[in-house]
Design a protein. Structure first.
Lengths: 82, 85
């Protein structure tokens, strides 16, 4: 597995944990332990996404930070995976 | 119609009743070892109940992703015998 896939996998797993905690917190809004873990995973996910953004380009159009050109359209697209 | 199915209906109902009474699996052990039912003392019969999830341990992100849940409490063998991966 190359670095790009490893990083994507990490982001995917952090996002899944976040979604799980999101659903748990919906029914347990006062659970501080869940809230703390949510913040932890959010930080990890954001860090991962920023790293991915810097190395391989934006995951979503909103993440595009390049001021020179609109790099959202740069290759490869998900179906052009190499 | 296969009437054999109904031969032991009385026995079946009895067993189901016994299983539904507070015992073994339905009980939680407290710290001092006494058993507490998951249900309040005056729980009406014939109603369906969903135990409210309590915070316990959580999987790490790798295990959670593989299991399909962050919570070991919810990691149940729904696909027993099927292809779980």
């Amino acid at each position: 597995m190359n670095e790009k896939q490893l990083l994507l996998n990490k982001i995917k797993k952090y996002s899944f944990a976040l979604k799980e905690l999101n659903l748990y917190l919906d029914t347990h809004p006062n659970c501080r332990r869940a809230l703390a873990l949510f913040q932890q995973y959010k930080e990890l996910r954001d860090k991962g996404e920023n790293e991915f953004n810097e190395k391989f380009g934006p995951l979503t159009p909103e993440q595009s930070t390049c001021t020179q050109r609109w790099n959202w359209i740069d290759d490869p697209w998900p179906w052009e995976r190499r | 119609m296969n009437l054999d199915l109904f031969d032991d209906l009385n026995g079946f109902i009895l067993r189901e009743r016994e299983n539904s009474l507070p015992s073994a699996d339905n009980d939680l052990k407290t710290n001092n070892g006494s058993a507490v039912s998951r249900f309040p003392a005056n729980t009406p019969l014939a109603m369906a109940y969903v135990p409210f999830q309590q915070w316990s341990s959580v999987y790490g992100d790798d295990d959670a992703f593989a299991a399909g849940t962050l919570f070991p409490d919810l990691d149940l063998p729904f696909m027993n015998g099927g292809n779980t991966r």
